[in-house]
Design a protein around this ligand. Structure first.
Ligand code: FES
Length: 381
């Protein structure tokens, strides 16, 4: 189900003045910017809004064909003649706006608005009791929803990312017991601070049949379970954007990420008509379309797991360069999250999934070893 709205209108004079190639236009109504590409009398159009984190495009001066725009935020490039991003290569397609010519020779840019699946079968909010949501650790949250216990992304023991990340907070002493008593567990994606095999190994020894739910991503969340000695027998892969009804008061829906649809997901849980939105690590959850005014929103707020540039050394990658880089990246991410929260206006916002330390004390040995090896390779040791 979808509806459409006109986001920009141009009169015949403005249409006549469109030049071949890239044209930037601003709506006088709301100040939003659009790109219109003209070639052989044909027109294509899109919002001037980068798919990555909503940056503004400008002309790419390196593109001599005049078909590419460059994002001012992190320099992604979009070929507007095809609406394909060329950097990152083979990655995303920009959503096009419909170009509708009017009888008077003007044009309208029309946005097709995709129906918001969480609006299906709305429920009236009912009264709640206190203490139904408990934080366990990192991205692991326990929801007590009436008679049902739901747990998100249980990482309760062991390291993640090949000993690179360790839990900052000790989980509650009974957290494993609580996990074993869960009625449903949601695992958002395959990264090991969300899909923790040490945790699942302990869980499967006690409750192999605990219902686990994951989204139907093209890269499966679970693989090589047996090799990892994890025997879970009740893994449910669910389609995106469809309510999964658990009982008369509880349902949830998994949605995909726009930037990493092959692996990242987020979730909406609704209990007695109250909504919890957990965007987890999604870069642009559900293509930027999310419910407003939810009762509780949770999201990550820390930098990603990429080894760049921490594992780089030499040249410009000094310790102070890295410190500045990290500071700036954190600032950018925090700003982005703040904007998202501001636009969605949840009643409560809970930043989570950032509580880890990057080195266990015992890892000092490995760090020293790496530095010694690097120095000896560079001939400075
Ligand atoms: S590259 Fe455009 S917002 Fe990041």
């Amino acid at each position: 189900m979808s509806s459409s709205k006109t986001v920009l209108s141009l009169d015949s004079e403005a249409v006549f003045s469109l030049k071949d190639g890239i044209n930037f236009k601003k709506s006088p109504d709301d100040g939003k910017c659009y790109i219109i590409y003209k070639e052989n009398g044909e027109l294509k159009a899109c919002k001037n809004q980068c798919k990555h984190q909503g940056g503004l495009f400008i002309k790419d001066i390196e593109d001599l064909d005049g078909r590419t725009v460059r994002c001012t935020k992190h320099y992604w490039k979009l070929n507007v003649s095809t609406m394909q991003y060329v950097n990152p290569p083979d990655s995303f397609t920009q959503d096009e706006l419909d170009v509708v010519m009017t009888d008077e020779g003007g044009l309208q840019l029309v946005e097709v608005i995709v129906w918001d699946p969480w609006l299906a079968d709305p429920q009236d909010p009912q009264e709640l009791q206190e203490g139904e949501v408990s934080y366990l650790t990192h991205a692991c949250m326990e929801l007590q929803l009436g008679g049902k216990k739901m747990i998100f992304d249980p990482w309760l023991t062991g390291p993640a990312f090949a000993r690179g990340w360790w839990l900052l907070h000790e989980p509650p002493a009974d957290s494993m017991e609580r996990l074993c008593m869960a009625d449903l567990i949601y695992i958002s994606h395959m990264h090991s601070d969300h899909l923790s095999y040490p945790t699942l190994k302990s869980l499967s020894a006690t409750r192999p049949d605990v219902p686990i739910y994951v989204g139907d991503t093209s890269r499966p969340v679970f693989w090589m379970l047996e090799k990892r000695q994890v025997q879970l027998t009740n893994i449910n892969v669910v389609p995106f954007g469809i309510w999964q009804n658990i009982d008369e008061h509880l349902r949830f829906m998994i949605l995909k990420d726009e930037v990493h649809p092959e692996l990242d997901t987020c979730i909406i849980v609704e209990y007695k008509g109250h909504m919890i939105l957990n965007t987890v690590d999604c870069t642009r959850p559900n293509y930027g379309r999310l419910p407003h005014n939810v009762d509780l929103m949770m999201s990550d707020f820390a930098g990603g797991a990429s080894g760049f540039p921490m594992t780089f050394s030499g040249g410009k990658y000094t310790e102070s360069w890295k410190a500045d880089f990290i500071k700036n990246e954190r600032k950018k991410l925090m700003n982005y999250k703040a904007q998202l929260v501001k636009s969605l206006q949840p009643k409560i916002y809970c930043p989570f999934a950032g509580y880890f330390v990057e080195a266990h004390p015992s890892d000092r040995y490995y760090k020293m070893f790496t530095i010694l090896c690097t120095n000896s390779v560079l001939g400075s040791g």
